[in-house]
Write a protein that binds this ligand. Structure first.
Ligand code: F6R
Length: 258
């Protein structure tokens, strides 16, 4: 696991945008795995800027989002489909038909889930997966105690996740407690993974993910099993890491070698 600690949230976002752009510039028909939530917003802004400056094209790119609420239509303002359209897809030259969200519009949840897995495989798998981190250690909506080899399926959200995400909903608005999410096993099949986490409220989950045991109680710790993961943190999110100085030193050595 490569650990990159940067002074600010802005630098974390810029690093992630560069990493994603590098994959697309190497492979124009790259398959991206994308996340929603607050953390990736500035990364998406960075990608939009690169597109507007003419240095990045998404016209052959395909995307698969990690998750979606169950019970919200894709037209609902709080759906992850609307989030992605508004925050990224409407501002770049991507073919909207090539953007996939694990929507389940009927009650055949098993069918929707296995179709999503099949679709990802049919397109050759994910070249780079962008992840955020829940303050309880979730990745996608794989809540603590999710199987580390899980596939796309329906998950019940924890009280903490519902509380954390209530900031996106009006007080009187229906907020779903179920979501369809790629599994941890699905995420681990991605060729490359970049996880971004910022802010003090992520520091415990970050420490468990990097320095704790691999355990279903800390879903993100499963990333320790992947051979090409970069975790990009601001100083606050990294502040509980025991080997903080070592990670800084390792990145300095890497720069010298390059
Ligand atoms: C959403 C997702 C979640 C978020 C996580 C952190 O698609 O995958 O795992 O990344 O809940 O959310 P923020 O970034 O809002 O702190």
């Amino acid at each position: 696991m490569r650990i990159v600690i940067l002074p600010t949230k802005q630098e974390v976002s810029a690093f992630a945008a560069e990493a994603i752009a590098a994959v697309i510039n190497k492979k124009s028909n790259a398959v991206l795995g994308l996340a929603t939530g607050g953390t990736p917003l500035s990364t998406y802004e960075g990608l939009i800027n690169k597109h507007q400056q003419g240095t990045l094209s998404f016209n052959k790119v395909r995307t698969f989002n990690l998750d979606e609420y169950v019970g919200l239509l894709p037209t609902h303002p709080q759906s992850y489909r609307q989030f992605m359209n508004k925050q990224l897809f409407n501002h770049i030259d991507i073919n909207i038909q090539n953007t996939h969200i694990p929507e389940c519009l009927n009650s055949d949840y098993e069918g929707c889930s296995s179709n999503y897995e099949t679709l990802i495989s049919e397109h050759g798998g994910i070249d780079i997966q962008l992840l955020g981190l829940g303050s309880n250690g979730h990745i996608g909506f794989n809540e603590p105690t999710s199987s580390l080899s899980s596939k796309t399926r329906i998950k019940t959200l924890t009280k903490k996740t519902i509380e954390n995400n209530s900031r996106f909903f009006d007080a009187t608005e229906f907020q779903p407690s179920l979501a369809i999410t790629m599994g941890i096993g699905t995420i681990l099949k991605s060729k490359k993974i970049i996880l971004i986490a910022t802010g003090e409220n992520k520091k415990d989950a970050v420490a468990d993910m990097i320095e704790g045991s691999v355990a279903a109680f800390s879903p993100a710790s499963a990333l320790q099993l992947h051979s090409d993961v970069v975790v990009v943190l601001d100083k606050l999110a990294a502040s509980k890491l025991k080997l903080y100085d070592y990670y800084i030193q390792t990145e300095q050595s890497r720069k010298k070698l390059n």
